[in-house]
Design a protein around this ligand. Sequence first.
Ligand SMILES: Nc1ncnc2c1ncn2[C@@H]1O[C@H](COP(=O)(O)OP(=O)(O)OP(=O)(O)O)[C@@H](O)[C@H]1O
Ligand SMILES: [Mg+2]
Length: 438
Amino acid sequence: MQALRIINEDHSNLWRLISTIDHVADELDDGAPFDPFFFNSVFDYIEHFVDRAHHPKEDDFLFRILRLRSDEAAAILDPLQREHREGPGSLRALRTLCGEVTNDPTRRPAFLAALRAFTAMQKNHIATEEKYAMPLARRVLTTEDWAEIDRAFLDRNDPLFGDQAKAEFVELYHRVASLAPDSIGLGGRTAGHLQKSSEPLKAEVLLTVTGMQSCYGRIQALKGISMEVRRGETVALVGANGAGKTTFLRALSGVQPMSGGSIHFDGNDITNIRSDLRMRRGICQSPEGRQVFGPLSIEDNLRLGAYTQPKHQVEGDLEKIFTMFPILKEKRKLPAGTLSGGQQQMLAIGRALMGRPKLLLLDEPSMGLAPLLVQEVFNVVKSLKAQGMTILLVEQNAFAALAIADRGYVLETGKVTLTGTGQELISNEQVRAAYLGM
Ligand SMILES: Nc1ncnc2c1ncn2[C@@H]1O[C@H](COP(=O)(O)OP(=O)(O)OP(=O)(O)O)[C@@H](O)[C@H]1O
Ligand SMILES: [Mg+2]
């Protein structure tokens, strides 16, 4: 039933986007300036993601088979699939109205009315699927049905649901996020605040970040982040697309400028020191999207991770990495570009370990990997944790990350909105609704 999990995640993302549109519509009602670029980026996202990928997945696999298995299906699915068919037309109409408002402000009420009708329909649609279609599927579909549906949903090479397509959605989503009005941003609704109940940990603090700010031009991506990591802890940083997770890690490792705040690491203020010197002090990162050097051999990629380290220890460290990841040893002379996605992730982690980290930063190590490999990556993180490594783990896969973390921080539009132990966050109602799709 992996397909249901994927659909459910899609729904959570969409729900956030639709709620955002409603907020923006409220602001427009109150006279806020109208930004056609924002709306067009939203419409692009919906067109590519919802109409071209999400709905066809449902229509061609889940709904088709559901109709074969249950007499009740037609009554539920007919209206849903009519809405699927009408989706592109509604979007075209909205784009036209959006264009009209740009030239003629008196068209604003007509646009807002159509927009609200659209979001209401989308919310009702998602709720109906979750309330009726998915439970019916759980009840009546057979193991073989699920095998066929899941195969389709998990096919990474599929032009509709594959990695390339996903990357495109992320791009589109980032555009929406960067164009969203300041008052809104994206990155999920506010998750609220937790009672502090966790026993303070005894271990010494390794990293303290205070009020970190960072901008891309006019966009303030980090709005004053404070957090700490103790020696030996695994801390998860979770949040939706565009919340600022990557920016935070890049600012920590010194490749993204900070516009405010400070970083103390291992007893020193490192706010103003260069990224290579931070690496030498033990902040090593496995970056988002892995970024291995494709034409270079696997071994050379690993050696690059050790460039700040004394030469005499490199051979020994290389052997340690090879013991951890035997597949990398087997393929050591091959170009890194020949590795699968999961193997490249192991390589990226291995490369970071070659820098002998005191603090290992992992940016979405499970991203784009098939479920089995996702599990494998989390197993690697668990084993590093068991060896005493201090880890700051950034993940959209919030459940898996919080499950292995000692503590977690929830990041929303550049701010920490919630913190607690991994288990507290997993059992927090608002986190479950916003990030865990429960
Ligand atoms: N190079 C860039 N130029 C302009 N804006 C950017 C750039 N990179 C990120 N942003 C914006 O900064 C904000 C934070 O982005 P960031 O990539 O840090 O988020 P994230 O939490 O890592 O998201 P994801 O889960 O998609 O990786 C977003 O609004 C994003 O659109
Ligand atoms: Mg990121």
